[in-house]
Ligand binder design. Structure first.
Ligand code: KIV
Length: 271
């Protein structure tokens, strides 16, 4: 039975094997039991309980107010019904300002809400934290490119890594995070050629969002791909409009489009 079979439980090992075999990995956010059940039953490989819940669940402008307790609550709802997907939970803004704090909050996410992996934003400055989490048996997904928790520092939601120095920094950061023990990398809003280079250089799976079709997999925010976000980002597609008009059908259409390489298309990418 191949990794493509949604009945196979997703782990860091199966995800890495999918990269080696060239099987695309599908990640989708979910924040509650009903949508998590649909995502899991349709065959999503990784359910991300992202801090995008600040916008999708709480009606906020940014991810910044989201707390570790919010993430624990929503991750618990997802884990309760999930059977096969790997459950990835975000560490929130200011939730990992030291390795000790990252360990404490990751322990809570794993012990209280059964997350299988945690995600944190940032490059070289996070290397020590990733090392400590790895040493203590916490699977880690790093997040480079557009880092929404730094939106005020960045001055808006913008494509990252466009000039040569920033691109080289991102390549160096991704290698350093992998060496530190990261198990997966999310690349958000980066030029296709840079995402392709990073994906080729790394042994761990690279999951893109606005990073082109060359990544090992794709992630979208559930509400964007269902077409219910007031202003969906350019890198998303409305799979409700494209599919059979049902929520399970839309999730299945997204999975199929990632697996067969038809999503993302050129209009979802940045140069
Ligand atoms: O919080 C989130 O949903 C995310 C994705 C945009 C990757 O981090």
């Amino acid at each position: 039975m191949g990794n493509n079979n949604p009945q196979v439980k997703r782990t860091v090992t199966t995800l890495r094997k999918m990269k080696q075999d060239g099987e695309k990995i599908v990640m989708l956010t979910a924040y509650d039991s009903s949508f998590a059940r649909v995502a899991d039953e349709q065959g999503v490989d990784v359910i991300l309980v992202g801090d995008s819940l600040g916008m999708t669940m709480q009606g906020r402008e940014t991810t910044i107010p989201v707390s570790v307790d919010d993430l624990i609550y929503h991750t618990s709802c997802v884990s309760r019904v999930n059977k096969h997907a790997l459950v990835l939970a975000d560490l929130p803004f200011m939730g990992y300002t030291s390795p000790e704090m990252a360990l404490r909050n990751s322990a809570r996410l794993m012990q209280e809400s059964y997350a299988h992996m945690v995600k944190l934003e940032g490059g070289a400055p996070q290397v020590e934290t990733v090392k400590q989490l790895t040493f203590h048996g916490v699977p880690v997904c790093a997040h480079l490119g557009l880092q929404p928790q730094s939106v005020h520092k960045l001055g808006g939601y913008r494509v990252q890594g466009r000039d040569a120095a920033a691109a080289q920094q991102m390549i160096d950061d991704s290698l350093a995070l992998q060496d530190a023990g990261a198990d997966m990398l999310v690349l958000e809003c980066v030029p296709v050629s840079l995402a392709d280079t990073i994906t080729e250089k790394l042994d761990i799976p690279v999951i893109g969002i606005g990073a082109g079709g060359g990544c090992d997999g794709q992630v979208l925010v559930l509400h964007d791909m269902l077409g219910i976000t007031p202003r969906a980002p350019r890198f998303s597609r409305d799979f409700m409009a494209a599919g059979d008009g049902t929520i399970p059908g839309s999730v299945k259409a997204y999975i199929d489009a990632v697996k067969d390489g038809s999503f993302p298309a050129e209009e979802h990418c940045f140069a």
